[in-house]
Design a protein around this ligand. Structure first.
Ligand code: HEM
Length: 407
């Protein structure tokens, strides 16, 4: 591993040509920026780009022992249109004032289309964000390691609740309006990520297993981004959910704005579903792999709903759901047990279930098995939301971490 001073140079520089300094088991970046919202770019591999604006500011706050005081002030900042709290360190305030500006290419009409999409598809979005994207994150090695060894890894329910806030905010009616909260959530997430970039490299346990010197590069963020909207849309299509093209474009737009607000350069943000799918095929699919840390996180996730039924039913259903949504190979990597009844139920009855819910099929004409499990599938859609919100301490406060996972 390179020494700390070198890391600092990388962080503050924000960009580094492909110097080979970072051993990384990821394919070289070959996605063309012509397919990005910027339409062009300088072509630097985003594996070597972090957050040149946020990282030095947050590192200075942590190193000077101001994290607790700053987090206390940040807690009071909740609405997009709200003035920043008085008393923030000047550099942080300047950064936040800049970071809260929406990109010039924001299209409010498209954001309205996204609202329609989210309203109509909200139930599916809960289950796909929660369990498809959530479980997928455990086989994204860099993310699994970062989550496991960072502060939030010590309390997964709390962490998931905070992450769910972003999923909730992006789907709310006024997400990016002055009365909404999504801009605040994105800016705070940028700060949290900057904190992780500063803290994780100081942890021997993370350094021993990580394939990079600094976590959460822009390539990493886009990988996770694809585990969210791209994967969600791919699944809704695969399940036969009717998707209105205008609303689908709106949904994409809300996530393009989100990527920008999370600090991703416009040249890495896909400008269409087609270019998103191409990028995902290059950066997400090939890197999926098991890690011991990811396996432990997946185990925590499939047991998360156990407070409802002691895991008797929820665990078999969540395991079968993961197997169906992500496939046998990933379920095998995660060492998820097979549950023949529920595995078959998903294979046979999930698509008919969606068709019945969409009014495309009558329950009487659906496979007999669906009649037996309809209630359970309906519960899954509900439990997705319940599980995520059950551990929530309202208001949900995304904070700058002051330490790594203490365990
Ligand atoms: C924190 C969302 C990408 C690792 C957070 C938080 C949110 C979030 C909402 C605040 C929740 C909390 O404090 O626990 C996202 C989104 C991403 C993304 C929407 C991409 C679109 C990534 C990537 C990594 C990562 C690529 C790692 C490779 C973390 C870690 C924390 C965090 C370690 C801090 C947890 C702690 O407080 O200890 N992220 N994230 N995130 N994220 Fe991300």
């Amino acid at each position: 591993m390179v020494e700390r001073s070198r890391r600092q140079v990388l962080v503050t520089g924000g960009m580094l040509g492909a110097a080979g300094a970072l051993a990384a088991a990821t394919p070289a970046w070959s996605w063309s920026s012509e397919g990005s919202v910027a339409g062009a770019g300088v072509g630097v591999d985003p594996k070597y780009v972090w957050d040149a604006e946020a990282d030095p500011v947050v590192a200075a706050i942590i190193d000077s022992g101001q994290t607790t005081a700053v987090n206390k002030l940040l807690k009071t900042w909740t609405k997009n249109g709200q003035a920043l709290p008085a008393g923030l360190p000047t550099q942080l305030r300047d950064f936040m004032e800049h970071a809260r500006q929406l990109p010039t290419w924001t299209d409010t009409a498209k954001l309205k289309d996204a609202v329609n999409f989210n309203q109509k598809r909200g139930l599916y979005l809960g289950v796909t964000y929660g369990f498809v994207s959530g479980m997928m994150s455990t086989v994204i090695p860099r993310e699994a390691l970062a989550v496991y060894y960072s502060k939030g890894g010590a309390d997964m329910r709390d962490r998931i609740t905070k992450t769910a806030k972003l999923g909730y905010d992006v789907g709310s009616n006024n997400a990016f309006d002055p009365s909404g909260e999504m801009i605040v959530t994105c800016v705070k997430t940028r700060l949290a990520h900057a904190g992780v970039r500063h803290l994780l490299p100081q942890l021997a346990a993370w350094n021993n297993v990580a394939s990079e010197d600094i976590p959460i590069s822009q390539a990493d963020i886009m990988v996770t981004w694809h585990s969210l909207p791209t994967t969600v849309m791919q699944n809704l299509n695969a399940w036969g959910v009717p998707i209105n093209a205008v609303e689908s474009a709106g949904f994409l737009h809300s996530w393009q704005v989100t990527a920008h607000m999370l600090g991703v350069l416009d040249e890495y943000i896909p400008n269409s579903w087609a270019t998103a799918n191409t990028q995902a095929a290059q950066v997400l699919t090939p890197i999926l792999a098991p890690t011991p840390e990811g396996i432990k996180l997946a185990d925590i996730l499939v047991n998360l709903a156990s407070f409802i039924d002691g895991s008797l039913l929820s665990k078999p259903i969540l395991c079968a759901l993961t197997r169906y949504f992500l496939g046998d190979e990933i379920a095998g990597w995660l060492k998820l047990p097979r549950y023949p009844f529920w595995d078959t139920a998903f294979q046979v009855a999930w698509k008919p279930f969606v068709a019945v819910r969409e009014g495309l099929l009558s329950l009487e004409k659906a496979p007999g098995l669906l009649q037996a499990v309809y209630w359970a599938f309906d519960e899954i859609l509900r439990i997705g939301v319940l599980t995520l919100l059950s551990g929530a301490q309202f208001p949900i406060a995304i904070q700058i971490p002051d330490t790594n996972n203490p365990n």
